[in-house]
Design a protein around this ligand. Structure first.
Ligand code: ADP
Length: 377
């Protein structure tokens, strides 16, 4: 039975709003998207009112989920500041996607200490971010292979694809099924290669244009973090959206991160962006576990000869200069790309090969830094 927009509106008309009228008459709803039982929309209010509206958002979500045939409801509270109101983040951190600096999920100003972060995720010992200053440097490929390298160390590992602007984990891991819901209506992550994997790409069609306004980013990611039955994990690897804009800053601030890994290529431009990434995590007191240099040198698939096309070693020097650990160099190699394109990442498909060994060595350095957190859990 397919769910209709009218059914959603009917359900929402039974939810009261703080304006004394039903939610549907409060003039706060965005367009409602209903596809295959999946419902997405946002409630747009002024930032000053966000706190009161959070319970309305939750009620709206419950009402939509109760409609027979609804498999998933993602309802974001979009809280914007009125022009001229004080901003929580500097203008320099605006994101190209039109992200607003205010978010219903951002803690109050001046609350950037680790103590103010959202609660830990039950059962998950350590959440780490894999970030890059810009797109196309191999962040997602590295996140997945690093997760597999950590798995090879005997750890229980999850991967959350939070790159909601371009979720590529479904393709890289060859997953095209949809997550099921458990009895608590939490999504069950897809198990592949011994990892528990979740991506927004499992929920929307690959070609569906996704336009996320700033606060919706956090809302969607919060839901993927907390409405997923992760089970018991030693490490949850979060593949971040690329860049250091406002959405990324909000994420870094709100996800209970034990650390972040920054991926860069050796070129100067990429290194400048990596430095921005470091500054962003420092700002919100998330320890940077280290830099990884991806596409570090070219290894000829035929003869194995190595050439430093991009002037290899930049990330190592930069890490030394900035006093950040250097985690390793990953070569630019055809088999890393082809295995990813086939949905069978190199650490899973060529576990005895040299590339898997590189990712495992990086995983070992990451694990060693998180040892305390994992042991405590
Ligand atoms: P990002 O997440 O930074 O946008 P991706 O992980 O999607 O980047 O990688 C971009 C492209 O580069 C993909 O085609 C991927 O297969 C390829 N790639 C990434 N790392 C390597 C590598 N070390 N060697 C060869 N190809 C790579």
């Amino acid at each position: 039975m397919s769910v209709t927009q009218q059914q959603v509106l009917d359900a929402l008309s039974r939810v009261a709003s703080p304006r004394g009228v039903p939610l549907t008459n409060a003039n706060v709803l965005s367009a409602i998207s209903v596809t295959d039982g999946k419902v997405f929309f946002s409630i747009n209010v002024d930032a000053a009112e966000a706190r009161v509206w959070e319970s309305v958002r939750a009620q709206a979500e419950a009402a939509v989920r109760a409609i027979p045939g609804v498999s998933m409801a993602m309802i974001a509270l979009t809280a914007e500041r009125k022009p001229g109101a004080p901003q929580a983040a500097p203008a320099a951190h605006r994101h190209a996607h039109g992200v607003q600096p205010a978010s219903a999920h951002r803690p109050p100003q001046g609350a950037a200490s680790p103590m103010s972060k959202q609660a830990e995720i039950p059962g998950v010992a350590a959440v780490i971010a894999v970030a890059s200053g810009k797109g196309g440097v191999g962040k997602s490929t590295t996140a997945l292979n690093l997760a597999l390298g950590l798995r090879d160390l005997g750890l229980r590992v999850g991967l959350l694809d939070a790159d909601i602007y371009g979720p590529s984990v479904p393709r890289l891991s060859g997953i095209n099924e949809k997550p099921q819901l458990n009895d608590d209506r939490k999504m069950i992550p897809i198990k592949r290669f011994g990892l528990s994997i979740m991506s927004i790409g499992f929920l929307v069609e690959e070609n569906t244009a996704m336009i996320w306004r700033g606060p919706m980013v956090m809302s969607a990611i919060t839901q993927m973090l907390r409405d997923v039955a992760w089970g018991t994990l030693d490490i949850l690897v979060v593949d971040m959206p690329p860049g250091t804009g406002d959405a990324q800053l909000t994420l870094a601030q709100n996800v209970p991160l034990k650390g972040a890994v920054i991926i860069s290529t050796p070129q100067d431009l990429s290194l400048i962006d990596a430095r921005r990434g470091l500054a962003m995590f420092k700002k919100v007191n998330v320890p940077v576990l280290g830099f990884i240099e991806n596409m570090s040198y070219f290894q000829c698939p035929e003869c194995g000869t190595r050439s430093d096309i991009f002037g290899h070693g930049g990330a190592r020097h930069e890490a030394e200069r900035l006093g950040v650990p250097f985690l390793g160099e990953i070569p630019l190699h055809m088999s890393i790309r082809t295995t990813s394109d086939e949905g069978n990442p190199v650490v899973a498909s060529q576990p005895d090969g040299p590339h898997a060994a590189v990712y495992r060595a990086i995983g070992t350095k990451v694990r060693d830094q998180l040892q305390g957190a994992i042991a405590a859990a």
